[in-house]
Design a protein around this ligand. Structure first.
Ligand code: LMR
Length: 396
């Protein structure tokens, strides 16, 4: 039976990790997969996480199952992180949150849930979007449609074209929106644009499905959830997939959450019963450790302060590296204006290079990035920025 299978190529993004690892050039630079790195190029465990793990080690009393929806303490802590205390959707008892194995787990559970709500729903995704959205959502059997998002010439959101296309979405469709730090472009909607999308959702009846993988990496923890708080207050139905991989640095622990905001308490309860049932049928229950770390931090004022501080340092470093790269490219006389990189948010920006230029950077300079020329800003530091600048200029 297995003899029928053809060997598949490695995942384009994850395959880069392997190529980078095997490259012996001491000057190699990894701007590929979206993992935060510090000035030394390491991805250390946050101090708040280390302390929370020590507390868990001392205090954890059982390894018994936690149940399909995950830990209630984690789900509550995530609701407060997403909505803030006292948000209308919480006080109206319209929100139900389940723990999920990473943002990816949350997206897939959401897709299965959507299929149960309406087998004919389409999900509209931005062009471009994170490559893994396609198998995670489409793999559940949902039809994906795309709306224009990023203007590669102007390096900004094509907002008018986006709205014009979303005007075609029907009231049983969902629109996948990146809550902040759009992956792969780094180009985000302004608050005024979020208001316009909310208004359109109100008029057309489509359901916003917000993927929030970078809360705290854009402008701040509450600034980055502007869309979530606005839409959940104004609209009857919203879905939110949230990841703790980047902001807590818990990549390998696989921790995230899925929140469904329903029109009323009864529909919220019915939604939770379906989420629970979907989870039971896929992986039965989520792993506990990562979620326990997150709730331990968020339930402790001192650890929360430490985490806020560490998150701010990561965000400031990314913004600093954006400015440094732009400055170096401009002082080195780059034939193009890269200043748009400073205005973008989070881990990623497109350099705007062709496939050939990306290949030349990899082959001739050991600089690794996605074939779309998406770069992970966190891979830049003071030691490699001059080498990187020379390499980019040489392929322009
Ligand atoms: C990325 O876009 O690089 C990250 O979200 C990691 C991944 O799984 O693709």
């Amino acid at each position: 039976m297995f003899s029928r299978l053809e060997q598949l190529p490695p995942d384009p993004l994850l395959g880069l990790m392997e190529l980078y690892r095997n490259d012996t050039n001491p000057n190699k630079i990894d701007l590929g997969v979206g993992v935060y790195k510090n000035e030394r190029g390491d991805t250390p465990i946050l101090a708040a996480v280390k302390q929370a793990e020590k507390n868990i080690f001392d205090e954890e009393a059982t390894k018994a199952y936690i149940g399909p929806p995950g830990a209630a303490s984690f789900n509550l802590a995530m609701q407060q992180l997403l909505f803030g205390k006292g948000h209308a959707a919480l006080s109206e008892n319209r929100v139900r949150t389940v723990q999920a194995p990473g943002g990816c787990g949350a997206l897939r559970v959401a897709a299965e849930f959507i299929k149960r709500c309406d087998g004919n729903s389409n999900i509209w995704v931005s062009d471009p979007t994170w490559a893994n959205h396609v198998p995670l959502l489409g793999g559940a059997g949902i039809k994906l449609k795309s709306y224009p998002y990023y203007d590669y010439q102007k390096h900004e959101v094509k907002f008018d074209a986006m709205l014009e296309t979303l005007n075609q979405a029907s009231n049983n469709d969902l629109v996948l929106l990146h809550g902040c730090c759009h992956n792969p472009s780094g180009a985000d909607l302004t608050n005024e644009q979020w208001q316009q999308v909310t208004l359109l959702a109100e008029q057309k009846g489509f359901v916003p499905f917000i993927d929030l993988a970078y809360q705290g990496y854009g402008e701040g923890l509450s600034e980055d959830v502007y869309s979530i708080r606005l839409m959940s207050e104004r609209l009857p139905e919203v879905i939110i997939a949230s990841s703790c991989s980047k902001n807590f640095g818990l990549y390998r622990e696989r921790v995230g959450s899925l929140s469904v905001i329903a029109a009323n308490r009864k529909e919220a309860d019915a939604s939770l019963s379906h989420l629970t049932n979907v989870i039971r049928g896929i992986y039965s229950m989520p792993p506990s450790h990562g979620a326990a770390i997150v709730s331990t931090i968020l339930e402790d004022d001192e650890l929360t302060r430490l985490w806020h501080q560490e998150l701010k340092e990561m965000r400031n470093r990314l913004n600093g590296m954006r400015a440094l790269l732009v400055d170096k490219l401009s002082s080195a006389g780059a034939s193009r204006d890269f200043s748009f990189i400073v205005n973008q948010k989070g881990m990623f920006s497109f350099l705007g290079l062709s496939g050939e230029q990306v290949t030349a950077l990899q082959k001739n300079h050991s600089v690794y990035m996605a074939s779309s020329s998406r770069i992970n800003i966190a891979g830049i530091n003071h030691n490699n920025v001059n080498y990187l600048t020379r390499a980019i200029i040489s392929v322009l």
